[in-house]
Design a protein around this ligand. Structure first.
Ligand SMILES: NC(=O)c1ccc[n+]([C@@H]2O[C@H](COP(=O)([O-])OP(=O)(O)OC[C@H]3O[C@@H](n4cnc5c(N)ncnc54)[C@H](O)[C@@H]3O)[C@@H](O)[C@H]2O)c1
Length: 208
């Protein structure tokens, strides 16, 4: 089990409880964090509250165990996001005319921006093109919070590489890249993402 005792972050917010966000949330609960799993889809949130899965890589039992810890709160109420240390944005970026539709990312950024407090970290996991974090994501966070990225809070990009159904490269042992602008975010993202690796597996995440 990954030991989080030396990590200052305690409360994790995961925006989007789909194929990417739900495994992120459940893994974070498993290693000891308090997790708010926020999704705008009330039907999905109702399923999660009843420990009924809707994705292959997470079982009903995984959900029941997470709920039983008292540290997993699935919700469609954005007010519950307040007080997070690390937020992970895992919302859709469907292709439209060959380019990702970033409206979901923009909406999620606006929702989390008003809850940013000094020292916290926000990680974008949704798939997009280079520059999305710096040119679109961070400006929304700064405008909504009135705080400066890289100075008063940290923001970074860690594109999800999950491969649903893959029996060998599962969520916890798939290496992750952590790109970040400004550079301090790399360290901040490191607070949470070592928890993704199996202890001693040797599959390291690399910065970019
Ligand atoms: N599924 C995969 O195998 C995979 C692999 C690598 C990367 N990705 C990328 O990860 C991102 C998420 O993909 P997914 O497969 O998890 O999508 P998904 O559709 O399974 O889940 C996304 C969830 O986000 C919710 N959502 C939408 N807008 C929201 C908002 N503003 N706030 C909170 N929740 C919101 C939706 O209701 C949905 O439940 C995409 O950018 C995708 O390209 C997916």
């Amino acid at each position: 089990m990954y030991d989080i005792s030396g990590i200052p972050a305690r409360r994790v917010a995961v925006l989007g409880q789909g194929y990417v966000g739900l495994p992120v949330a459940i893994r974070a609960v498993e290693v000891g964090f308090e997790v708010v799993g926020f999704d705008i889809d009330k039907t999905r949130i109702d399923c999660l509250r009843k420990a009924e899965t809707y994705i292959d890589d997470i079982t009903d039992s995984d959900l029941a165990i997470a709920m039983s810890t008292g540290r997993y709160l699935p919700t469609d109420d954005s007010a519950a996001l307040a007080g997070f240390d690390v937020a992970v944005v895992c919302v859709p970026t469907p292709l439209r005319d060959g380019a990702p539709d970033l409206s979901y990312v923009e909406d999620a950024a606006a929702v989390i921006a008003s809850r940013i407090t000094p020292g916290c970290c926000i990680i974008l996991e949704s798939t997009s093109y280079p520059g999305t974090t710096e040119e679109i994501f961070i400006p929304i966070l700064e405008a909504g919070s009135g705080l400066r990225a890289g100075v008063e809070f940290f923001a970074g990009y860690s594109p999800e590489r999950i491969d649903p159904g893959n029996e060998i490269w599962r969520f916890h042992n798939t290496p992750k890249h952590r790109g970040s602008e400004p550079g301090l975010a790399r360290r901040a993202a490191g607070l949470l993402w070592p928890a993704r690796r199996t202890h001693g597996a040797g599959a390291g995440a690399s910065g970019s």
